[in-house]
Design a protein around this ligand. Sequence first.
Ligand code: 6PG
Length: 242
Amino acid sequence: MIQIFSDTKALCKEVTARLQELTAGAELVNVALSGGNTPKALFDYWANEGRGLLAWEKVAFFWGDERCVPPDDEMSNYGMTYVHLFAKVPEITKEQIHRIDGEADPESEAVRYGTLLEEMLPLRNGYPCFDLILLGLGDDGHTASIFPNQIEKWDATSNCVVAEHPQSNQKRISLTGQVINNADEVIFMVTGSGKATIVQHLIEGDEAIKKQYPAANVKLASGTLYWYLDKEAAAQLQERRD
Ligand code: 6PG
């Protein structure tokens, strides 16, 4: 399902509405967050105008990926979320926050976090099942921290893998395709003109072109995939999408 929004705030409002619906119908909603600029705008919205809209006590926060840096490092996805959301919304208690320990040994942390997911989430098809995973999209077609030059990591049989950023070689911990495709819902949140080409390739490209991109492998086993795009990111799509 593809929805196109006039701007980032309209996109953030729709993500919030979706999460409101999920929390209305459940005691606990397990959500995996993403890093990047679009999620940062969402967290700002949640901490400010959207502050009173969500039943925070019903949300358990996990991550789809994390940079292997300490939590107070400016590159930390958890650190960004803390600054933009958790520090401003005291209703969210530390018991609800399950960060990936970026400061730990990467291989050990990938195992630890994968085990944590099995302990804390319901299992389906033998893998942890998130109620909602928020994903960003890199202009190179990466998602979470599975990059095109390591696309085979998507198919790892574990819950998490250690990946490396192709330019910086910074180590990352990432969910694998097994867990991402096992979710009940995945929302790609994509904004900005810099993503228009990759969005067009992923949504309207042929199978061959898609093989290059990890994000093209997001095909949920039984859940629902939403593409939330702003107008700029959707600019190269041929057909009007409702
Ligand atoms: C990360 C993110 C990454 C991000 C994309 C899009 O850790 O970097 O998880 O996958 O979502 O790079 O980022 P933007 O939203 O900033 O374009």
